[in-house]
Design a protein. Structure first.
Ligand SMILES: *[C@@H]1O[C@H](CO)[C@@H](O)[C@H](O)[C@H]1NC(C)=O
Ligand SMILES: *[C@@H]1O[C@H](CO)[C@@H](O)[C@H](O)[C@H]1NC(C)=O
Ligand SMILES: *[C@@H]1O[C@H](CO)[C@@H](O)[C@H](O)[C@H]1NC(C)=O
Length: 193
């Protein structure tokens, strides 16, 4: 017969070793997760909209085209218009330096308001800033003229897997360049997992 005291005396070093190992493993995975799951992202998006009244425009370099509209036009606030886009993302408000690129965002925006200019957005960011990479998707509608717009981020893949959050968006530059409307938007994104 083995006495109780003997068992606990024998197992104590083993238990301590297992406990220590568990602590080290859980700390390691917490650090790895903190590194691999960003809580904040900030970047710029460029968009150039093709000019439909000036289609023969070799200098025009659009990133967005009108891909649908209502059967009877014009509609108030261009209701029913749908644009498809593939917009580059950059750390700076410039496309000159390839090292600043952090991916692109692809999707649609539609004019979905009959009483105010409202845009519905459905888009996926393919993001890679060399620390974090993966995709996250945004879905939402908002008044186009609001200086800052907010939209939900509904999920992601890669380093953004299982994220949800809020994207804060504002237009920070706008000009007509080679007969096309060019704009830069700033995005600040807050994510949870
Ligand atoms: C992200 O970009 C870096 C640097 O360009 C590249 O080495 C890496 O393969 C990219 N990652 C993914 C998942 O595309
Ligand atoms: C994003 O963050 C920057 C820096 O903190 C801030 O200047 C800007 O107003 C924020 N919001 C938007 C939509 O750019
Ligand atoms: C589209 O092109 C026409 C004809 O060149 C020009 O008058 C108009 O300003 C352009 N519109 C935009 C938004 O660039």
């Amino acid at each position: 017969m083995v006495k109780r005291g003997t068992i606990s005396r024998d197992l104590t070093p083993l238990l301590l070793a297992v406990l220590g190992l568990l602590i080290v493993v859980s700390m390691g995975s917490t650090i790895a997760e903190a590194r691999k799951k960003p809580k904040k992202l900030s970047f710029f998006m460029f968009i150039a909209v093709q000019n439909n009244s000036h289609l023969d425009n070799p200098k025009g370099q659009f990133t967005s085209v009108l891909s649908g509209e209502a059967p009877v036009t014009p509609q108030p606030f261009a209701f029913g218009n749908l644009h498809t886009f593939d917009n580059p993302l950059s750390k700076t408000m410039s496309l000159a330096n390839p090292a600043d690129r952090v991916g692109h965002v692809q999707g649609w925006y539609g004019n979905c308001g009959q009483s105010t200019l409202t845009l519905c957005l459905a888009q996926t960011f393919a993001y890679n800033d060399t620390v974090y990479s993966g995709t996250f998707s945004l879905l939402g509608s908002g008044m186009a003229m609001d200086p800052v717009k907010y939209a939900p981020v509904v999920g992601g893949t890669g380093d953004f897997a299982f994220c949800r959050g809020v994207a804060e968006q504002s237009r920070v530059f706008n000009a007509i360049v080679n007969s096309e409307e060019n704009s830069w938007f700033r995005y600040n994104i807050t994510l949870k997992y």
